[in-house]
Design a protein around this ligand. Sequence first.
Ligand code: BDR
Ligand code: CA
Length: 313
Amino acid sequence: KRPFIIDCDTGTDDAIAIIAALYSDEVEVRAITSVNGNVEHKYVCQNNLDLMEYLGQDVPVAKGAVKAIRDMNLHSNDGTHGPTGLGTLTLPAAQHKQFDPRIAAQVIYETAVEEKGELELLVIGPMTNIAIALLQYPDLPGLIKHIWFMGGAAVGGNVNTTAEFNIWVDPEAAHVVLESGIPMTMAGLDVTLKAAMIEEDAAELRACGTRGADFVADLLEFMFRRRDNGHEDALMHDALALGAALCPECLVCKDCFVDVECFGQYTRGHTAVDLKGRSGKPANVSVALEIDVPRFRRWLVDTVKNSAKLGDK
Ligand code: BDR
Ligand code: CA
């Protein structure tokens, strides 16, 4: 199996990506590391811990960065993910599972060393933990096989006209990660905005009846209600980054040079994606540009339904 660490700000769609990774035949989730983002860090950590205990998963959960590298502000989302990150759902509070005593950056580094260059990172929140790890452990780039991230956009943004939330929260961190030389793939907002699940998907998962599939169906139903109240679709921003790793056929990608605007008056957090090669700089990111939505939805539903085969309750 492919060893992964998931660095996340759970988050409704983060939770769905985590569940898909847990039940994929191809992946071994080696740890979950938490970062401030969709909701405050304390909620993210608790969501990750509760989710692992609820699903009976013996996966280490680590705390991570509370604030962004430079501006030290604690940016959290606007309530899109509900008051504590899982919509209106509440998981039973973990009774037995404890946090890993190590901080995220240390977990990432030590796991990378153990995996001898095979570790892949699924990065689906602000990139602060990854940047801290890179700044602290200079040999880390050579130990990471690939980073699959949700963040940025070739065009547009969701915080302002040009910045996507994960990158906007901590542009300096994203810059450190993008210039690390680690092979990476970007599932940006302009593509993830198309990755919407529909009622049929929730019904199929509900019929599957496992704890994991039921929880994803609950999250989707929360998202449908939110959509019906005029907010965004049931968008699988984060699961699409996992899809890039596990179902590459559902995306068309292009190798491009990508960097982040850290200074702009209006554009801080904008990902400059050099689609036409005008900068003359070598490509550092494989950027998703097109998505086969039915294929992606099929893959995601099937992967979560795999929980039945793996003996989830
Ligand atoms: C990103 O921000 C969060 O709302 C989602 O979890 C996703 O990672 C989309 O901009
Ligand atoms: Ca996220």
